[in-house]
Ligand binder design. Structure first.
Ligand code: HEM
Ligand code: HEM
Length: 108
């Protein structure tokens, strides 16, 4: 919704979506590393052979980290102040979506 806020006037006008996103972001900062640590350790033996599952898994791991880092920068300095972290954060959103789909549909 934030990515397409130009097309969704009610998202642009209210700060509720932004606030909700920042709270979800705080949740993501805690849950994502915990889940990733446990999950990757559990499948560590698969990291040797590169398949669609491992490639998409590795990609979404780094994408998630990138979203956290750029998200914290946006949170601290404001989304309107810095263009580069904003662009990175937005691009990573789509990379994460694609890699999640690849991870889901890949043969396990
Ligand atoms: C932080 C990054 C990752 C996230 C968020 C993640 C998430 C998930 C999720 C939600 C599933 C269940 C998918 C389904 O039901 O079809 C899954 C399955 C799987 N993932 Fe990942 N994954 C990540 C990284 C990795 C990596 C790096 C590997 C390879 C070492 C990997 C290997 C697997 C395998 C083998 C399965 C199928 C077995 C299972 O369901 O436990 N994942 N992953
Ligand atoms: C799954 C992870 C995440 C996704 C998919 C995501 C997605 C997005 C998108 C699409 C935008 C709008 C960007 C734009 O229009 O330029 C945005 C903005 C923003 N994100 Fe994230 N984000 C994630 C994680 C985080 C995290 C972990 C934080 C840190 C708290 C964060 C903080 C922010 C902030 C501060 C903004 C500025 C816009 C606002 O005030 O609404 N994000 N995010």
């Amino acid at each position: 919704m934030l990515a397409y806020s130009e097309l969704l006037p009610w998202v642009k006008e209210s700060s509720a979506t932004s606030l909700l996103h920042i709270w979800a972001g705080v949740f993501f900062i805690v849950i994502f590393p915990m889940y990733a640590w446990d999950h990757i350790r559990g499948h560590a033996d698969r990291l040797r052979n590169i398949t669609l599952v491992t490639a998409s898994g590795i990609l979404q791991f780094f994408t998630g980290l990138g979203l956290i880092i750029s998200g914290i920068i946006l949170f601290l300095y404001g989304a309107d102040a810095l263009d580069l972290p904003r662009e990175i954060h937005l691009v990573l959103t789509f990379v994460l979506a694609v890699s999640l789909i690849m991870h889901k549909i890949s043969r396990k």
